[in-house]
Design a protein around this ligand. Structure first.
Ligand code: MC0
Length: 150
């Protein structure tokens, strides 16, 4: 990969929330987001909802609400550290080729959490960079399924 852009755009900002239904109600009723997608990801230990604005199929912005599935979930740990209150847990950058971007980030000394990408929301491929190597942000990189790339 050359020195051009690594990232397409901010795919979503992820909020840790103690209760998914309450958070959906707040963000939809008060802030006008729409639920695009909801799923349980056992491997990540989350129940999640993706919320969007804009026309269907061409979202302007997305936020992801992440509630813990169990006590060992990374989201449970995050909430505990934050006094039980929700907040921004991650920022996710969209990429076209997660394998190439991961290789470039590794070459540049970034600590990635997984040997190979895992499955994320809606069948996307995801990887995380540890906050210690990003200046304190949990950074997710996400390659959407081909049909949903833009
Ligand atoms: C921990 N730290 C964070 C942080 N979590 N800093 C910024 N943002 C976060 N979210 C900091 C701690 O304060 C600590 O700093 C240091 O990182 C290490 O803390 P730790 O106790 O080792 O933290 P752990 O055990 O909670 O692990 C952190 C780690 C974990 C990033 C490795 O959260 C993880 O594996 N995350 C990736 C998976 C994930 O987040 N899944 C849920 C979303 P000090 O200075 O005190 O040392 S799933 C998802 O997002 C999917 C569904 C999708 O989008 O498709």
């Amino acid at each position: 990969m050359d020195n051009s852009d690594l990232f397409v755009c901010i795919d979503h900002v992820g909020y840790a929330v103690p209760d998914l239904d309450e958070a959906i109600k707040l963000h939809c009723d008060t802030f006008g987001w729409r639920v695009l997608h909801r799923e349980t990801n056992e491997e990540q230990g989350v129940e999640e909802a993706m919320l969007g604005t804009g026309e269907q199929g061409a979202q302007n912005a997305q936020i992801q609400l992440l509630a813990p599935l169990n006590d060992s979930s990374t989201i449970a740990k995050w909430l505990e550290r934050n006094g039980g209150r929700g907040g921004v847990q991650q920022v996710a950058y969209r990429v076209e080729d997660i394998d190439a971007v991961s290789a470039t980030l590794r070459e540049r000394g970034v600590t990635l959490l997984y040997d190979a990408p895992k499955i994320g929301t809606g069948g996307s491929r995801i990887q995380f960079a540890h906050p210690k190597s990003t200046g304190g942000i949990l950074l997710e990189i996400v390659e959407p399924p081909a049909a949903a790339a833009h």
